[in-house]
Design a protein. Structure first.
Length: 227
């Protein structure tokens, strides 16, 4: 199995790529040209270095892949570099869906990393929802993942922007405590910060098992999947 990983230079991508390889899954990590020179993933022999709009390069690379992990996105603090929610959280998803559906191998499993609270409307969560809709309408087997806050502490996450993801301290403790009440356990798992290595293991399992599909997964499913 070979998975195309978009967002391979991000906080989650830099953990997911080795996690997949460790379990014998081949990976084509996608790297943007401007990032390739400054991030080790740019030297990965399997990396596809191009913009996702470069269909001359994207389509042949996708033709070799059996699935897509789309981890792309941006933050308001990176808008000064030219990214926007539309250009980073939505358009790449459309480009990847188009690439994944254009040949005969149209059963590629598309796993989209979205965010808790994605919903119709504007702003970050609105663009995330639009991206989800593009995947749900693709005709591909799909899985949308909606985690809570990320935590990179104690992991080998090495994103191109150099910023670790550290949730506010009080959030994790309070939400874990809620999990002691059986009726609130699911909600506690949905809301508590998720270490990026736990998330990467859950995504790896989804690819290995080819399921669940047509499913939107939150923490209550992701944590047990990662075991
Ligand atoms: N932070 C959280 O707590 C949290 C919680 C839930 C969900 N999420 C979502 O999870 C996803 C991954 O998060 P993360 O923390 O790993 O993100 P990240 O560290 O900011 O990495 C984002 C990745 O997307 C790539 N990218 C951005 N714009 C792109 C474009 N136009 N074309 C191609 N690649 C592009 C970046 O490439 P460069 O290295 O070239 O910039 C990088 O590889 C994001 O969609 C985020 O919205 C985040």
């Amino acid at each position: 199995m070979r998975i195309f990983v978009a967002g391979a230079t991000g906080a989650v991508g830099t953990v997911l790529v080795p996690e997949l390889r460790k379990s014998g899954i081949e990976v084509t990590p996608h790297v943007r040209p401007a990032t390739a020179a400054k991030h080790p993933m740019g030297k990965d022999p399997e990396a596809l270095i191009c913009d996702l709009g470069d269909i001359g390069k994207l389509h042949p690379a996708m033709a070799r892949c059996d699935g897509v992990a789309c981890l792309v996105g941006t933050m308001r603090s990176r808008f000064r570099n030219g990214d926007t929610y539309e250009s980073s959280d939505y358009l790449p998803v459309v480009e990847l869906v188009e690439a994944a559906t254009r040949d005969a191998k149209n059963a590629r499993h598309f796993v989209l990393l979205s965010a808790m609270g994605a919903r119709p409307g504007g702003g970050y969560l609105g663009w995330k929802f639009k991206a989800e809709e593009a995947v749900r309408g693709s005709g591909l087997p799909w899985t949308v993942v909606r985690p809570s806050f990320f935590d990179t502490r104690g992991t080998r996450s090495a994103p191109s922007h150099g910023e670790g993801r550290v949730p506010p301290p009080v959030v994790g403790g309070a939400l874990r405590a809620l999990g002691a009440i059986p009726a609130l356990r699911g909600m506690s798992y949905d809301l508590r910060p998720i270490p990026v290595d736990v998330l990467a293991r859950a995504i790896r399992r989804v690819f290995q098992e080819g399921q669940p599909t047509s499913a939107t997964l939150t923490g209550r499913v992701l944590w047990p999947l990662a075991r």
